[in-house]
Design a binder for this molecule. Structure first.
Ligand SMILES: C[S@@+](CC[C@H](N)C(=O)[O-])C[C@H]1O[C@@H](n2cnc3c(N)ncnc32)[C@H](O)[C@@H]1O
Ligand code: SF4
Length: 410
């Protein structure tokens, strides 16, 4: 959830969509993202739209009580039902993210899911994920979530090393995320993800290997590994600027990525997106696949973004303003844009090129096609899919994914 909202045209008060957005909707999957904007403490690297209790008190505006948050989201789900009208699609994926969703009682997460079930219905085998901080759950909580219908859980592990967790301001102890995987399995969760971060200042190659081994050894079926991004305006960025801690460089990130690919592959994981590995196709995150393939999703919650049929919109960022809009019967949408075909083409390249399935060469404009031929000659694209009309990154191409994508969208 980026911290700044884009400009755009105003959103109508009732949130109504242009008629064309729903044309052909029956053929597209529909997912829901539910944002929970609360954290017990703020990690120094994080610029997600999330608030600690003291940040909420200090930010003025309308109250934004955690106690009533689930009911507010239920209001937005009801609004979604009205806006999507007689769209008959059941929900294929639900992803509750944050912030820290598991700061809310499990019953609240259950109520939000029940509202989706009541208003839209859940497709058979729907994937229902929640993110969770390792120190915010216990076996009873996980059992309640499972009983409420959640079948996938994603824990923010980040690292197995105490000194790395400390730089990241993480509050859990090493070993706790691995225990969470076991507790989630015991509670009956079929799919479990661990998020890892590499390239934290002070982290060594051996620290990173230890984190990967601890993560794979815990038995999740999915691992996301992200290079640490030093976001402007975060405490981490300020500490680096003051020279208190060093910055890591791109070469270190590249080395760590190669270590990740090596260790994860050896442990039975296969990449399917540049930052994501799974033990089987069934273990991939279907909700993220829905984002990456331009399907429809409704994002509920402050600052959440939505996309339906080429119309993208975003909600007001502050939980207070968000709750107030819904209490007054207004859409919490702050703005929207109808994506021109050219933007949709570029976006498809940006997202699909990062997938193991790659993107069709037919999407590329002439300059992009010439860049693809050069990338093939430079060993950044796989020759066999290329011959069959697809641009698929090689391992070296994945290290340079951002640069390759930039060239191909020309
Ligand atoms: C919303 S957070 C996860 C949920 C939960 N609050 C937690 O932190 O465990 C999603 C994931 O994004 C990743 N992330 C957040 N900020 C990042 C940054 N600046 N650089 C790299 N990864 C980041 C972390 O791996 C984190 O687990
Ligand atoms: S717990 Fe997660 S969402 Fe909250 S501040 Fe830390 S990384 Fe960000």
């Amino acid at each position: 959830m980026p911290s700044a909202l884009p400009d755009g045209e105003p959103m109508p008060e009732d949130g109504a969509l242009p008629r064309h957005a729903l044309t052909g909707a029956a053929g597209r999957p529909l997912g829901f993202y539910l944002h929970v904007p609360y954290c017990a403490t703020r990690c120094g690297y994080c610029d997600f739209n999330t608030y600690t209790a003291s940040e909420l008190r200090g930010s003025g505006g309308a109250p934004a009580s955690r106690d009533t948050y689930a009911d507010t989201v239920v209001e937005e789900i009801r609004l979604a039902r009205k806006v999507l009208g007689d769209d008959p699609r059941p929900v294929r994926t639900v992803f509750v993210g944050g912030g820290t969703p598991t700061l809310l009682p499990a019953a609240d997460l259950g109520r939000m899911l029940a509202a989706l079930r009541d208003e839209f219905g859940l497709a058979p085998g729907a994937e229902i994920t929640t993110e969770a901080n390792p120190d915010s759950v216990d076996p009873r909580y996980l059992a309640e979530l499972r009983a409420a219908g959640y079948n996938r859980v994603s824990f923010g592990m980040q690292s197995a090393r105490q000194h790395v967790l400390k730089i990241l301001d993480r509050t859990h102890t090493p070993g706790r995320p691995e225990a969470c995987v076991a507790e989630a399995r015991a509670a009956g969760f079929e799919h479990v993800n661990l998020d890892l971060i590499y390239g934290t200042p002070g982290e060594t190659d051996d620290d990173w290997r230890a984190s990967l081994d601890a993560a794979t050894g815990a038995g999740p079926d999915h691992i996301s590994a992200y290079a640490l991004i030093v976001e402007e305006g975060t405490r981490l960025a300020r500490r680096i600027r003051r020279g208190e801690i060093p910055m890591t460089d791109d070469d270190v990130h590249a080395d760590r990525y190669l270590i990740a690919e090596d260790r994860l592959t050896a442990a039975g994981f296969t990449w399917y997106e540049v930052s994501n590995w799974a033990t089987s196709p069934a273990a991939r995150c279907r909700h993220n696949e829905l984002y990456w393939t331009g399907a429809d999703w409704w994002g509920a919650g402050p600052g959440a973004h939505s996309h339906v049929g080429g119309v993208r919109w975003w909600n007001v960022k502050h939980p207070g303003g968000y709750a107030q809009a819904l209490a007054e019967g207004r859409s919490p949408g702050a703005g929207r844009e109808v994506l021109p075909d050219e933007d949709r083409r570029v976006e498809r390249i940006l997202l699909e090129l990062r997938l193991a399935a790659g993107c069709p060469l037919s999407l590329l404009a002439p300059a992009g096609a010439r860049a693809a031929a050069r990338a093939l000659a430079d060993g950044l694209l796989e020759p066999v899919p290329y011959a069959a009309g697809r641009a698929v990154l090689t391992l070296r191409g994945r290290l340079l994914a951002d640069a390759v994508v930039r060239d191909l969208v020309d």
